[in-house]
Design a protein around this ligand. Structure first.
Ligand SMILES: Cc1ncc(COP(=O)(O)O)c(C=O)c1O
Length: 372
């Protein structure tokens, strides 16, 4: 987290029913619209990302509704589990956790659904568990080609403010986001960006909801307030985060993430290790998941690097446990931070006696010095 954000949050908590608070609410809601690239509605919950997932479902759908989801990784699987617990009928297209959503399957499934029983297509834009980024525009085009009215809902938890994303232009109905990744904040804010079509769907949706109900939230937000106590100090941090993103410019933020992601991938390839994501068109600019050579445990390597160099790499989640480690390169991150990260990994690989070729760091530095 940037010091600017930490300092912005270290202030007294003001009365959340007073005039100063209303100004803060209006400013962060307007600012978030720029980040989501929408002129529509945005809501902020005092919650983690999982809460924002639930809000997307319970506000738009009814018990027994059919929805289409894709097994792109651990988080897509968790969102599907939630949908099932809520009583939705999920068509969960299986996947190998190494590729993104296949738009042809979207088109095929929707074209076959002549009675329009599928109410929503739900995808995870950037699978944090695998480092694979799905192409939202291609999914949108597939829905349009099949002339199907299903809502499109997208989880941008690890892509928002890191990888190009456009809620309005890409025709997304509900975008799910949260605070602790590209927005460079602590955990604690869950976000929904909502299209007019999703708002309309919410008028007849029958899944039970109370805390997550958009209606009360949107009504109170109009005058700058919340239906319950908001996470005031996180909103100070959010205001600062939006200022920082707008000073840098979102295009530059995306370009920086691309540069750092590409340098990381060059280092991994130069080490002779395998990137989990199979399709270069779907490489994630937020993180890179790296497969360990057979017979070597990723968590042992992670533990050694944590102990020796005080650096925590991401663990493999679910069925990838022990098989991969994940290098995060999102948020408040720059060339020299990446150089330190990659150096820690290169030293760790040597200390753990993992078979690899030296020189990944040099490869990354060469790339970074030529691409500024
Ligand atoms: C893509 C994705 N979706 C959903 C979640 C769940 O968010 P949270 O852990 O904030 O509830 C995460 C968490 O890392 C995530 O990476």
């Amino acid at each position: 987290m940037p010091d600017r954000i930490l300092r912005a949050m270290a202030r007294p908590t003001i009365d959340h029913r007073g005039p100063e608070f209303a100004k803060l609410t209006h400013e962060v809601l307007e600012g978030l619209k720029q980040v989501f690239r929408t002129s529509g509605t945005v809501v902020i919950y005092p919650s983690s990302g999982t809460g924002a997932w639930e809000a997307a479902l319970v506000n738009t759908l009814s018990p027994g509704d059919k929805i289409l989801m894709f097994e792109t990784g651990y988080f897509a699987t968790l969102w599907q589990n939630m949908a099932m617990k809520l009583g939705l009928d999920v068509d969960f297209v299986p996947g190998d956790w190494r590729r993104g959503v296949d738009p042809f399957v979207v088109e095929e499934k929707l074209s076959q659904d002549r009675s329009h029983s599928i109410k929503a297509v739900m995808i995870v834009h950037n699978e944090t568990s695998t480092g694979v980024t799905s192409h939202v525009t291609e999914v949108r085009n597939a829905i349009d080609r099949s002339q199907h009215p299903a809502l499109l809902m997208v989880d941008t938890i690890s892509s928002l403010a890191s990888i190009d994303y456009r809620h309005d232009e890409w025709g997304v109905d509900v975008t799910v986001g949260c605070s602790q990744k590209g927005l460079m904040l602590p955990p604690g804010l869950g976000l929904n960006a909502i299209s007019d079509k999703a708002l309309k769907a919410s008028k007849s949706a029958r899944l039970p909801k109370s805390y997550w109900d958009w209606e009360g939230m949107i009504k109170d937000n109009k005058s700058g307030f919340f239906p319950y106590t908001p996470a005031t100090n996180l909103l100070y941090g959010l205001r600062e985060s939006i200022r920082m993103l707008s000073e840098e410019g979102l295009e530059n933020v995306f370009a920086r993430h691309h540069r750092l992601g590409e340098a990381t991938r060059r280092a991994v390839r130069s080490w002779g290790l395998e990137i989990l994501c199979l399709n270069p068109e779907e490489y994630s600019n937020s993180l890179t998941a790296v497969l360990m050579p057979d017979g070597y445990n990723a968590d042992e390597l992670r533990e050694l690097i944590l102990k020796k160099f005080n650096m925590s790499l991401g663990t493999g989640l679910g069925k990838l446990k022990g098989k991969i480690f994940r290098i995060g390169h999102l948020g408040d991150f720059n060339e020299l931070m990446l150089a330190g990260t990659l150096s820690g990994i290169e030293m760790g690989l040597a200390l753990a006696n993992v078979p690899f070729s030296k020189g990944g760091v040099t490869e990354a530095l060469d790339y970074l010095s030529k691409h500024q």
